[in-house]
Design a binder for this molecule. Structure first.
Ligand SMILES: [Zn+2]
Length: 88
């Protein structure tokens, strides 16, 4: 599978899913926010992808915006490590 195909597959799987570890919902906005990672899924052994997610504008306006990088399995959709990139 090419990177473009992987992005499509994972985007379809997670486009409606809310991410975030502290109650602020964050979503993936674009296929291009999905990138290769070298991690493997601890659950099914498939490739994990790095996904950039962010909260919607209203959260930023209320000074509680978030941006995370989350690892998500291309196969089963399991969420792995999450790294907080930015908050206000
Ligand atoms: Zn998996």
């Amino acid at each position: 599978m090419t990177l473009g195909e992987k992005r499509k597959v994972l985007f379809e799987k997670i486009k409606d899913r809310a991410f975030g570890r502290d109650g602020i919902p964050c979503h993936v906005r674009d296929e291009r926010d999905i990138n290769l990672s070298y991690a493997r899924c601890p659950k099914c052994g498939q490739e994990m992808m790095d996904v950039y997610v962010s909260s919607s504008a209203e959260y930023w306006q209320n000074l509680c915006g978030r941006e995370w990088r989350v690892q998500v399995c291309l196969g089963c959709g399991e969420e792995g490590e999450a790294q907080l990139l930015r908050m206000n």
